[in-house]
Design a protein around this ligand. Sequence first.
Ligand code: PDD
Length: 284
Amino acid sequence: MSRTVYVNGKYLPEEEAMISVFDRGFLMADGVYEVTTVLDGKLIDFDGHAARLERSLGELDMAAPCDRATLLAIHRELVARNAVTEGLVYLQVTRGAADRDFAYPEGVAPSLVMFTQAKSLIDSKAAKTGMKVISVPDIRWARRDIKTVQLLAPSMAKMAAKAAGADDAWLVEDGQVTEGSSNNAYIVTADGTLVTRDLSNRILHGITRAAVLRFAREAGIKVEERAFTIEEAKVAREAFITSASTFVMPVVEIDGARLGDGAPGPVATRLREIYIEESRKAAV
Ligand code: PDD
């Protein structure tokens, strides 16, 4: 069934939605995006995603297409029109259409495109069995804190993982894990400490990460935000990833090394439960 998508002020059947060939998002990946989860027909952490979008736009001197309240209204309208109860809303803002030039054009209106993707997120096979990851070099640019649409490096990492029979890749720079191809990465050390990379320009500041670290601290889990190596991860008690589309997802194998007994660990399992429960309560 055809979806209704949103393009620059209009709700259209997906076949009729169009963007200019001169759009800088298409020509230069000059755009930013957000992915917001829908559960029970409601949005998870909308304000967190809206705040990060505003920050991404600010870092790139890109105009906001509309204010936060309008953005929320469009999200809700799309969810309603497409009758999405579980899935995602994808949002992309680009600098707009202009003659090709490396300098930013002046006086050009940004483009706003949004669409929904229905998807079963809670009932996940990987949450029960755990994921396998491999490590690959982090070849991305140096401003990973900006959520841009230049996603070829993570796509290549994901394809390397698939070719190796794994589910995803953890990215390694200067000998240390930055994050997953499209998620934040965590380990639980032998003494039960939850470790994840500290915030900087080297990683995306995950909205799920912020919530999960808050819930972990509230649950009395010791949290350390610092870099870790693949060697440390391979001997960790457990590991997991977080993102809007996976919530908390256990990792049971890293570069062929099985963690613990090879089953999802108790910390990941518990944090997944808490995250889903609390997010549902706070959804808008
Ligand atoms: N990816 N790190 C990277 C590189 C990401 O692309 C993502 C999100 C995250 C997790 O951020 P959050 O918790 O805010 O979803 C971390 C989205 C889901 C995507 O590209 O589909």
